[in-house]
Structures are given as structure tokens and as C-alpha cells.
Write a protein that binds this ligand. Structure first.
Ligand code: ADP
Ligand code: TRP
Length: 322
């Protein structure tokens, strides 16, 4: 099976990204042919600082490898190093009904939050469809917020296949129900753009500050509380060992759960959980050439995979005239 997913280099990696996309990708490493990439062309829709985008691109790659992605077991590259994708995006855009894009929540949400409503932002799902269809991906592990974008990719593939003959495989979303939406410190979906994240590679002081800021209610310690409605518990349960989670669940149900203590415990758990990844990441960030080399080799392999599909598309739509 061909499994593919990408992450934007547009901010610091948070635990929502980890559970929604990175961990499923890493866990899928032995299940099939894995395609992982850093989608810097997509990030251009929100980052307009060249130096920052270039730095964040390498950092996002370091995050992925530090958390366990093995570049020898997958194709790992930076989106813009395979220019075929932009040609395919243009061709796909010529069969994409406008209404399909007008319905996209992500575009509407971003504009409502003040992101400039440029054409690239509107056309974002078409480029994402090109990312997926160019490699004939079958499974795309993502968080729930990307479900609609996957539906758009499928709809575009169907439209193209119906117009020009069978060309693209229809991709399926891989959404893990247990962690489909990781809550942020305020209880909304955790997202860079909501400023409610808990970063994975924060220094200890900043990590503590984020965790202590998790919003909880004012129920007194001794009173019973519903764990499932508690934001702190919902984050805690993603990391705590099973036995400890059972004890904490009891404290919630029977009374005795002290939010302050649980938050401090969560800081320690998180710090340990990502210790190894943090150490590997520090080395990767120090030795940029190692990562650059991996990404260059990955781009070469990705291009080899992309070209047959693009050639077929060119043929189907009539761009081959010689
Ligand atoms: P953000 O919303 O912080 O900008 P991205 O859009 O860059 O995050 O998402 C990168 C990947 O992480 C996507 O697959 C997305 O679905 C997943 N993801 C982001 N936030 C969450 C979350 N809170 N819960 C689960 N998955 C998430
Ligand atoms: N839109 C995705 C996000 O914000 C990133 C992305 C771009 C992607 N192209 C992709 C994810 C292809 C999966 C497959 O997270």
C-alpha cells in the first residue's frame, strides 16, 4: 500500500500534529511504501518571511526524523524539490469546480482569523490534491481537520478520471478516531493558529508554562468531576501510562483530583516522553548538511515516482503534441 502525508513548515510542532499525523505515519513505516514530505509551497500561503520559511523547512524535517521517521524506510523530501507537483496542480485546477473550493471550511476559517484571502489560500486544496494524486497514494494519515481536503482530492480525481479516462487512484483518509482531534489548552482543537498549543520541542520552562495554562473548571478538589469533559484529563490520557491513568480516572470520578498537581505531573511525563526525540533533534539541527543530503536524495526518488504519472496526465489532456 502507498501511504503519504505532509506537514507544513509554518510553526512549531505540537502534540496535535504528533498524534494526528506524525505518529500514524511513523507507525505505518513497515506497512507499505511510505511517502513523507514537508509542504513548503503550502506554507507560502501563510508565511511571507523567506529566511524563516527556509529555516522552518529544515526544522520540520528534523522534527520528523527525530520522532522516528527512518529516511531509509521511506521517501522523504521537500515539496518544492519536485516541481512536477505545480504543473499537476494547474492541470487539476482546470477541472476543479469552483463550488468545491468555496465550501472548504479551512479557507473560510483562516480568512475569518485574519489570513489574507489570496488566490493561493483558496486554491490550497488543489495543490494538496496534486500532492496526493501525483504519487498515486492510497492512504493519507491526517487529523480530522484535513478530512474535507481529502474529500476534495477524491472529488477532483473522480472528475479527472471521468473526463479523461482512468488515471488516478482514489485516496482514503487515515484518521485515527482516538486522537482525531487533540484539544488545545483552551479546549478548542489544538492549532498553531489558535495559539493554544503544547509544543513538543519546547524548553522545560516554556513547556511548564503551556501546561499550567491548560484551562480547567473551578470544581473543588474533593468533588467528583467528569474526566471526559476535562481538558486536562483529555491531554493527560494521551501520555500517561495505563496504570496511572486508571488511578487518575478514579480520582476524577470519586473526588480528589487536584488540577495543579496533575499539571505538574503532566509536565514531567511530557518531558520524559519526548526526551529521546529532543536529543536526536538537537544533533540534527546542528548538522544541517546531513538532513539536506537526506532530503536531496529523497527528492530524486520522489521525482522518479512522480514523472510517470505526470507523463500520463500530459498525454491524457493533450499536452503531448509531438
Ligand atoms: P495547525 O492546525 O496547528 O496549523 P497543521 O494544519 O499544520 O496544524 O496540521 C498538520 C497535521 O497535524 C495535519 O495532518 C492535521 O490534521 C494534524 N493536526 C493538527 N492539529 C491537530 C489536532 N489538534 N488534533 C489532531 N491532529 C491535528
Ligand atoms: N494540508 C495539510 C495540513 O495542513 C498539509 C498537506 C499538504 C498534506 N499536502 C498534503 C497532508 C498531502 C497530506 C497529504 O496539515
Amino acid at each position: 500500500m502507498r501511504i503519504l502525508s505532509g506537514i507544513q513548515p509554518s510553526g512549531k510542532l505540537h502534540i496535535g500534529n504528533y498524534f494526528g499525523m506524525m505518529r500514524p505515519m511513523i507507525n505505518n513505516m513497515d506497512r507499505g511504501e511510505l511517502y513523507a514530505f514537508v509542504v513548503n509551497l503550502h506554507a507560502l500561503t501563510s508565511v511571507h518571511d523567506g529566511r524563516r520559511l527556509a529555516d522552518d523547512t529544515l526544522e520540520a524535517a528534523a522534527d520528523f526524523v527525530a520522532l522516528g521517521l527512518d529516511p531509509d524506510k521511506c521517501i522523504f523530501w521537500v515539496q518544492s524539490d519536485v516541481p512536477e507537483v505545480t504543473e499537476l496542480a494547474w492541470i487539476l485546477s482546470t477541472v476543479t469546480p469552483l463550488g468545491l473550493l468555496e465550501r472548504c471550511h479551512s479557507y473560510k476559517d483562516k480568512v475569518a482569523r485574519g489570513v489574507a484571502a489570496c488566490h493561493g489560500l483558496f486554491a490550497y486544496p488543489v495543490l494538496m490534491a496534486a500532492d496526493i494524486l501525483l504519487y498515486q497514494a492510497e492512504l493519507v494519515p491526517v487529523g480530522k481537520d484535513q478530512k474535507q481536503h481529502l474529500e476534495v482530492a477524491r472529488d477532483i480525481a473522480i472528475k479527472f478520471n471521468n473526463t479523461f479516462g482512468d488515471t488516478f487512484i482514489l485516496p482514503e483518509p487515515g484518521i485515527d478516531d482516538d486522537v482525531a482531534t487533540v484539544p488545545g489548552i483552551d479546549g478548542q482543537k489544538m492549532s498553531k493558529s489558535y495559539g493554544n498549543t503544547i509544543g513538543i520541542f519546547l524548553d522545560e520552562k516554556t513547556l511548564k508554562k503551556s501546561v499550567m495554562a491548560i484551562v480547567t473548571d473551578s470544581t473543588p478538589v474533593d468533588e467528583p468531576k467528569d474526566p471526559d469533559k476535562c481538558n486536562l484529563y483529555n491531554i493527560f490520557k494521551l501520555f500517561a501510562p495505563e496504570e496511572r491513568l486508571g488511578e487518575v480516572h478514579e480520582l476524577y470520578v470519586n473526588g480528589g483530583a487536584a488540577y495543579g498537581y496533575l499539571k505538574l505531573e503532566l509536565v514531567d511525563i511530557l518531558w520524559e516522553y519526548f526526551r529521546q526525540a529532543r536529543e536526536i533533534r538537537e544533533k540534527l539541527v546542528d548538522d544541517k548538511t546531513y538532513l539536506q543530503d537526506i532530503l536531496a536524495k529523497g527528492a530524486e526518488k520522489a521525482r522518479e515516482k512522480a514523472q510517470p504519472t505526470l507523463n500520463l496526465v500530459r498525454e491524457r489532456v493533450g499536452l503531448r503534441y509531438r
